[in-house]
Design a protein. Structure first.
Length: 235
């Protein structure tokens, strides 16, 4: 039975038939599915598509899936479910120690995969202190990835949503440029211009008057500050 969801899945597997099967099965459940055939593609796809969960094969043609997991865990907490033909306890331990949330061996049942995905997504959702953030007409529903201003839904890009989520989860505190760059684009990323552009675009969508911000304030010499989001933007 098809469900309704705004959640995005990244499937990482070098076998095209597996990717096609998972795309069909997960799309039928209402998920938006993205695909990668290698480790490097996967790392870039996480930045581009901001998936809510990652299904990752270990036997990739360039970077082993365990190393992909390790690299992602340097800056991302997106749930990772390993889907691999490797059955040894050593492989499972290595993957889980690297930061994977679950491990499922091939061949697999679609029902079991969906159940494990639900568990991982529930854990991720409960990680937020509050399922819904509200302040001065701004509402962010983390479970549904729904952003509203005065009850009007606001369409954000994945990057804009990630920036807003970080700011609202640190409401009232100042977040530095470096912290935002690391959490949204990954460790070592240092493009201040793209950060400023995205903050400006975000303000343009959620602020009643972007020149006199209500929600996202900039602390001089520090960064944006969510008013109840921010640091050197603060909310």
């Amino acid at each position: 039975m098809t469900t309704t969801t705004n959640q995005r899945i990244l499937v990482v597997d070098d076998e095209a038939p597996i990717r096609r099967y998972l795309r069909a099965a997960l799309s039928a459940q209402g998920f938006t599915v993205y695909e990668s055939a290698s480790g490097e593609e996967a790392l870039q796809a996480v930045l581009s598509h901001r998936p809510d969960i990652i299904i990752l094969d270990l036997g990739l043609p360039d970077i082993d899936g365990i190393e992909v997991t390790r690299r992602l865990r340097e800056w991302s907490q997106t749930p990772i479910i390993i889907l691999s033909v490797r059955e040894s306890e050593q492989d499972k331990i290595a993957a889980l120690d690297a930061g994977a949330d679950d491990y499922l061996t091939k061949p697999f049942g679609t029902g079991e995969l969906l159940a494990r995905m639900r568990v991982a997504l529930r854990k991720q959702s409960s990680a937020a202190n509050e399922p819904v953030f509200e302040s001065k007409g701004l509402s962010v529903d983390f479970a549904r990835r729904l952003v509203q201003v005065n009850e009007n839904e606001i369409q954000l890009t994945p990057t804009e949503y990630d920036l807003l989520k970080i700011l609202v989860t640190h409401a009232g505190k100042v977040i530095t440029h470096h912290q935002l760059l690391r959490q949204v684009w990954g460790d070592g990323y240092d493009d201040m211009h793209i950060l400023r552009v995205n903050i400006s675009n975000l303000r343009g969508k959620i602020e009643p008057d972007p020149s006199r911000p209500t929600y996202i304030h900039t602390e001089p010499g520090v960064g944006p500050k969510p008013n109840e989001i921010s640091a050197p933007w603060k909310v």
